[in-house]
Write a new protein. Structure first.
Length: 331
């Protein structure tokens, strides 16, 4: 019995010595390791100015930096469209123009609008994305899944949005007209076209279009990383049409008061001249009409997107990535 007790004491003493030695060794090694990056230590508060994309179930937090990209995640074991969205930070800008052409009154008066931050599609919605959701392809120029879907009415777009929501894609909508112009102007800059003055580098239009639409992303992006905001296809927005901006909202919301017999579309298209692909140009049609130059891109509400407040290393860069025909109208 005494021998067993002595053996246990020796084993316990050896264990204690090993634990102490191991701790001293780890402290020596730890002292030689490089310090952890700022914002990543266990006792360091997250850098809230640099948001990180997270899993769809993560806690939501609004992003805050232009150039951040969000890609629609898998919902319920399937990827619905894989659309990419670019963050458009909030701000104020002068909406409209003093253009003196035949339709210049539509762009007046120039007025100050302040928008809150929102997400906007990096590209126009493509034929491939439309087919995944709707099961058909209404486009006249069926040249590939990466071409913009066109020949869609405003009502068709609402049906598309409804189906997306039915498949778990929340917060999706058309942008307001003010949001669209603010994003087109690279967050409200004074630009003639969406991204600057070099039209041929920015847009597919009358001078270079080749008699049809082109695959999305083929020209230079604007200052927010958005492609084809000028040209390729006209893009439906949410607003009802008004002949001027007199009385328009100044908070970036859609103007849906009054007679909504016509809806607004922006951007200019593949067969338009320089006047119609300007950042301020606007037009309208009844919501049931569809043509081979009418497409759209989607916006998303910030609170509907899965963001995590977990930190990202400082200095890390955001992810980057590319029926009837003319004169027709739908039911």
């Amino acid at each position: 019995m005494a021998r067993d007790t002595q053996r246990k004491r020796l084993v316990l003493a050896a264990s204690c010595w090993f634990m102490l030695a191991s701790g001293a060794w780890w402290e020596t090694v730890r002292a030689e390791l490089p310090p952890e990056p700022p914002g990543l230590g266990p006792d360091t508060a997250p850098d809230s100015s640099v948001p990180v994309l997270a899993d769809p179930g993560a806690e939501s937090a609004s992003p805050s930096r232009a150039g951040d990209t969000w890609t629609e995640p898998v919902t319920g074991m399937e990827l619905v469209t894989g659309m990419e969205f670019m963050w458009c930070p909030g701000g104020c800008f002068e909406m409209g123009s003093e253009y003196g052409g035949a339709y210049g009154a539509y762009e007046k008066p120039v007025h100050r609008v302040c928008v809150t931050g929102f997400w906007l599609g990096k590209y126009e919605v493509t034929q491939g994305q439309w087919k995944r959701v709707m099961g058909d392809n209404p486009a006249q120029f069926q040249k590939g899944d990466d071409y913009p879907v066109e020949d869609v009415s405003w009502n068709d777009v609402q049906a598309f949005i409804g189906k997306l929501k039915g498949r778990g894609v929340e917060g999706v909508r058309l942008p307001s007209e003010a949001e669209w112009e603010y994003a087109c102007r690279s967050a409200g800059r004074s630009e003639t076209y969406c991204g600057g003055e070099a039209l041929d580098q920015l847009a597919w239009y009358w001078n270079n279009r080749g008699k049809s639409t082109r695959a999305v992303g083929g020209k230079r992006a604007n200052g927010l990383g958005l492609y084809d905001m000028s040209g390729n296809v006209w893009e439906w927005v949410r607003d009802c049409w008004h002949d001027s901006y007199a009385g328009a909202p100044d908070d970036g919301s859609a103007w849906e008061a009054g007679d909504c017999a016509e809806r607004v579309y922006r951007s200019g298209a593949w067969f338009d001249g320089p006047r119609h692909v300007r950042a301020a140009d606007r037009n309208r049609l009844p919501p049931r009409f569809h043509f081979s130059h009418l497409g759209f891109r989607l916006a998303r509400t910030p609170d509907s997107l899965p963001f995590s407040p977990l930190p990202r290393p400082k200095g890390a860069q955001p992810a980057s990535t590319p029926r009837s025909r003319y004169g027709a109208f739908g039911p």
